[in-house]
Design a protein around this ligand. Structure first.
Ligand code: ADP
Ligand code: MG
Length: 152
């Protein structure tokens, strides 16, 4: 674990060496969620955004299998908290999100996890940048929440 302070905004970096590590990180975050949070996941295709979301869902007690909501833009899951998983890769612009009413989910009491975010203004997001370093190695750079990763 590596903590750096950049422009007064703390970024916590975690190197995951396996999908299991990524699930452990997701559990640490999920234990801190109480509803109303918006998690923005960014990073290239195959970085591990959906895998992280699967870990988060598991830790929130979601029984259903989480799959990419590519064509529906959003899938909803029932757990300790309601999970709204967005994939906005195919969303053209923010107007489309408003036409579909997807903006309303930002203000519900569940947890929004958004891949390829297209919302221009998300209040107090938790930002997670995922970078693939090699085969199974991924860097997670987290800002917007202070996580204690010493338990991983
Ligand atoms: P994205 O949603 O960012 O496009 P996915 O989560 O769908 O990416 O895919 C990530 C792929 O990388 C999966 O096949 C997963 O098994 C693999 N992978 C290998 N190592 C890791 C790791 N440490 N963390 C997350 N995913 C990993
Ligand atoms: Mg994905």
């Amino acid at each position: 674990m590596d903590e750096i302070v950049e422009n007064r905004k703390q970024i916590i970096k975690y190197i995951s060496k396996s999908v299991e590590d990524t699930y452990k990180l997701a559990k640490i975050l999920s234990d801190r969620l109480s509803g109303g949070e918006v998690v923005l996941l960014s990073g290239d295709l195959g970085a591990g955004k959906t895998t992280f979301t699967k870990g988060l869902a598991q830790s929130l007690g979601v029984d259903e299998t989480v799959t990419s909501p590519t064509f529906t833009f959003m899938k909803e899951y029932e757990g300790r908290l309601r999970l709204y998983h967005f994939d906005m890769y195919r969303v053209c612009d923010e107007d489309e999100l408003y036409e579909l009413g997807l903006n309303e989910y930002l203000y519900m009491n569940g947890v929004c996890v958004i891949e390829w975010n297209k919302f221009e203004d998300v209040p107090k997001p938790i930002n997670i940048q995922v970078t693939s370093l090699d085969d199974d190695k991924r860097e997670f750079a987290i800002s917007g929440i202070d996580l204690d990763l010493s338990k991983i």
